[in-house]
Design a protein around this ligand. Structure first.
Ligand SMILES: C[S@@+](CC[C@H](N)C(=O)[O-])C[C@H]1O[C@@H](n2cnc3c(N)ncnc32)[C@H](O)[C@@H]1O
Length: 269
């Protein structure tokens, strides 16, 4: 499978599609990645031309296949307790400060397959317990990722960054045919809800949050999209709420409604 099997024109069609739909900018060096990700799908559908595949998903008559293409063309790399400084910051100063409201809500706004949302939930279970009211909401544009997140089942190779004790306390190890997997315990899953949400569109009514994790997704957006997405999310932060972005990301001048407290940590003014 080589990049030559996708023409510049075909690549530009998918580039435009992903930008219009998801706000995702696919730079020219992603040409072979687009081919690699779509070619298997083409084989499954017994098609041999990306142009035909594009026309079928762009016709408006095949929304499920269009979603499938979006799922394939978005990058879902994630793992438990990624960028641990944010989890430390959640404990101190956020959770250690006196709180006014009685419901603590965190949104993992590009939750991929759920590892980020469950990392937050395990930490909140540890810090706040089952008696206090708290919720984690996870969302992603990819339906496939959201379904995997809802299942809460992972390969055990994925847990290397999980702090000691969390595995025993909040996960069940698979046995027999499920050997090599772990399942998040129901007591944690019960606090977590997932939905498919496209951050590049007006947001549904999901309430407001004390903390929003918007990590490792802004890198895929161009500056105007980044600006719109951040403005949209800031409206969903409670007053003085916190926004975390990935350590390799930068808000630059995208919003005046946030004050930077540390690199990658912002607070609503
Ligand atoms: C690299 S993962 C980041 C996962 C997690 N936040 C982390 O930091 O480990 C990026 C996720 O952003 C999602 N994504 C891309 N564009 C999106 C959009 N417009 N709306 C919602 N999610 C989007 C992708 O589907 C993917 O699951």
């Amino acid at each position: 499978m080589t990049a030559e099997m996708i023409s510049d024109h075909e690549f530009s069609l998918f580039q435009e599609l992903m930008h219009t739909l998801a706000g995702v900018y696919l730079p020219p060096n992603k040409k072979s990645l687009v081919w690699t990700r779509l070619s298997r799908r083409l084989r499954d559908l017994d098609m041999n031309c990306l142009g035909d595949y594009f026309r079928s998903i762009n016709s408006g008559r095949n929304p499920l296949e269009l979603q499938r293409a979006v799922d394939l063309l978005t990058t879902h790399e994630t793992y438990f307790f990624r960028e641990p400084q944010h989890f430390d910051f959640l404990v101190t100063p956020i959770l250690s400060a006196p709180r006014t409201g009685n419901d603590f809500r965190v949104w993992s706004a590009a939750s991929s397959t759920g590892e980020e949302a469950y990392s937050i939930a395990m930490l909140l279970m540890q810090q706040l317990g089952a008696t206090q009211s708290w919720q984690v909401f996870g969302s992603d544009i990819s339906i496939d990722a959201v379904e995997k997140a809802r299942a809460g089942i992972y390969r055990t190779q994925r847990i290397e960054h999980m702090p000691d004790g969390y595995l025993q306390r909040y996960c069940l190890r698979g046995i027999g045919r499920e050997e090599g997997t772990l399942r998040i315990k129901d007591e944690v899953i019960g606090h977590v809800r997932f939905a498919q949400i496209n951050l590049n569109r007006p947001l549904p009514d999901i309430g407001t949050f004390d903390v929003i994790f918007l990590r490792n997704v802004l890198i895929y957006f161009d500056t105007p999209t980044r600006q719109q997405v951040v403005e949209r999310l800031v409206q969903r932060l409670k007053p003085k709420g916190w926004l975390f972005i990935g350590h390799s990301e930068n808000l630059g001048n995208v919003t005046t409604s946030l004050r930077q407290c540390q690199p990658s940590i912002y607070r609503r003014t």
